[in-house]
Design a protein around this ligand. Structure first.
Ligand SMILES: [Cu+2]
Length: 495
């Protein structure tokens, strides 16, 4: 059996300073694609969150770890066993399976009853993906896990892989959290963070500016505060742990790391702070981008970042994720052999700014779409507010929506225009899209599956309609989606 250096490390057999470099020819040998069905169990588990036990869901793979890691060339050949005690359905976020395997509760693909097993078999695309329940609000209760698909290049790279998955956590149930948001509608007592009248007034003003074609930047009048963080969480988790007891990942002195960041939070966006380290972003949402050097990285809900980091020495290096608009943070620590790991405060000294498109503007897809004018352009207005707490697409609330029709073979553009004071991470199922304009300014941006539309801003995406079916298109803030911010992208003649 051939072992890469990191596998030697992982096996615990390596002693510091005695790791031989394997000959390139051996390290480059492509592993055999693993075949055979894998078992994924949807169940429950107990976490320790700052000393308090918490019952949460989980998606546990065949080796007892969270999620699934596939070898190069391996199919997503999985039996999902529902031992969660309630019905569920799991979406393979960013993957491009046939639509009936997408894990969305369409009438044709109902949730999996408790005790039942559902089989999946499709060709996955390589990269950093994740999976989460699309049933009710199970995602908030951590029915989420990494889905890592290795490429042959990953295996040759001989980099230590570190997955960092983020969550927001509350001791209250998701139903209680939602009731806390919508209850203020009825009582009329809660102070809205944003008045609907204000939203609508600003919406029409910015719409005028946009249709005139002169709007080049986000147009927020002085004194208009954008809204962040609908929910006051009890903790933020990095690989299920808080900074009171963070995961410490052992690295080699001067080691080479591929950090796979996943924002699995239901309603929270983060700034990733590499501290003393500098990183190179090489993929977003699983799709390669031209390398971008950065030290602080915005990560919207549901997005992923692959960051290459070459450790400068044998130290202890925290990787911290700070909540936008707050001092709260979470993270993990990379630590070399014998390196002292000091305790990190759970709060930063200053609140983080809102997550924005500063990184998005710098991204260029490694494999962009072929140049082609769109055959079909849909324009979608994102609207809503805190009082009443409800969010819409083109004035419609899921499930009472008009599908966005597209046809097989078309180049499709969707222009998303945000008329609200919150940012919305918009996710399209079943297709990878390219970001082709921000606030009306064209760019040849990243190919990805989730993009943030800032308050009063606009983003245009384009994709080739090559995966017939019924596809959900929604805001990935769970509470926005649940109160209406979802629609369907649909091909004709799908039954
Ligand atoms: Cu939203």
């Amino acid at each position: 059996m051939l072992l890469t250096r990191r596998q030697v490390l992982a096996s615990g057999a390596a002693m510091a300073g005695t790791i031989p470099f394997l000959p390139t020819t051996r390290a480059a040998a492509a592993p055999e694609p693993r075949t055979g069905k894998r078992r994924l169990t949807a169940g429950t588990r107990t976490l320790d969150v700052n000393g308090k036990p918490a019952q949460v869901f989980g998606l546990i793979g065949p080796n007892g770890n969270s999620g699934i890691t596939l070898s190069p060339g391996e199919r997503f050949d999985v039996d999902l066993v529902n031992q969660a005690g309630t019905s569920t359905i799991v979406h393979w976020h960013g993957q491009l399976p046939p639509w009936k395997q997408d894990g969305f509760p369409w009438p044709q693909t109902p949730p999996i009853a408790a005790g039942d097993t559902q089989s999946y078999d499709y060709a996955p695309i390589a990269g950093t993906y994740w999976m989460h329940s699309h049933q009710g609000m199970q995602e908030q209760s951590l029915m989420t896990a990494p889905l890592i698909v290795h490429s042959a290049e990953d295996m040759r790279a001989d980099r230590q892989e570190v997955v960092l998955m983020l969550h927001d956590f509350s001791l209250r149930t998701s139903e209680e959290l939602l009731a806390g948001l919508t209850k203020s509608n009825d009582s009329g007592k809660a102070m809205p963070k944003t008045g609907m009248a204000n939203n609508m007034k600003m919406g029409s003003a910015s719409m005028g500016a946009m249709s005139s074609g002169t709007m080049g930047a986000i147009n927020i009048a002085p004194g208009m505060a954008m809204d962040l963080n609908d929910i006051d969480y009890d903790a933020f988790l990095a690989n299920d742990r808080t900074l009171a007891d963070p995961e410490v990942i052992r690295t080699e002195p001067g080691g080479r790391v591929r950090l796979r960041l996943i924002n699995g939070a239901s309603s929270t966006q983060f700034w990733i702070d590499l501290g003393a380290l500098s990183g190179t972003v090489v993929a977003v949402d699983g799709h390669p981008v031209r390398p971008v050097r950065a030290n602080r990285l915005p990560l919207a809900m549901a997005q992923r970042l692959d960051v290459l980091i070459d450790l400068p020495g044998n130290g202890s290096y925290p990787i911290v994720a700070q909540v936008e608009g707050k001092r709260a943070r979470t993270g993990i620590v990379l630590a070399g052999p014998g390196a002292k790991v000091s305790r990190l405060a759970a709060e930063a000294e200053e609140a983080a700014p809102p997550v924005d498109l500063s990184l998005e503007r710098r991204l260029e897809a490694e494999t962009p779409l072929a140049h082609r004018a769109p055959d079909m352009t849909h324009r979608v207005i994102l609207a809503g507010g805190m009082a009443p707490y409800a969010w819409s697409l083109n004035g419609e609330y899921w499930p009472d929506i008009t599908p966005l029709m597209i046809a097989h073979g078309q180049r499709v553009a969707i222009e998303m225009v945000n008329h609200s004071m919150m940012a919305h991470p918009m996710h399209l199922h079943g297709h990878a899209f390219q970001v082709v304009a921000i606030n009306g300014a064209p760019l040849a941006g990243a190919v990805r599956d989730t993009v943030l539309i800032p308050p009063m801003g606009s983003v245009t995406i384009a994709f080739d309609a090559d995966n017939p079916g019924r596809w959900a298109f929604h805001c990935h803030n769970l509470y926005h989606m649940t109160t209406g911010m979802m629609t369907e992208v649909r091909y004709p003649a799908i039954i």
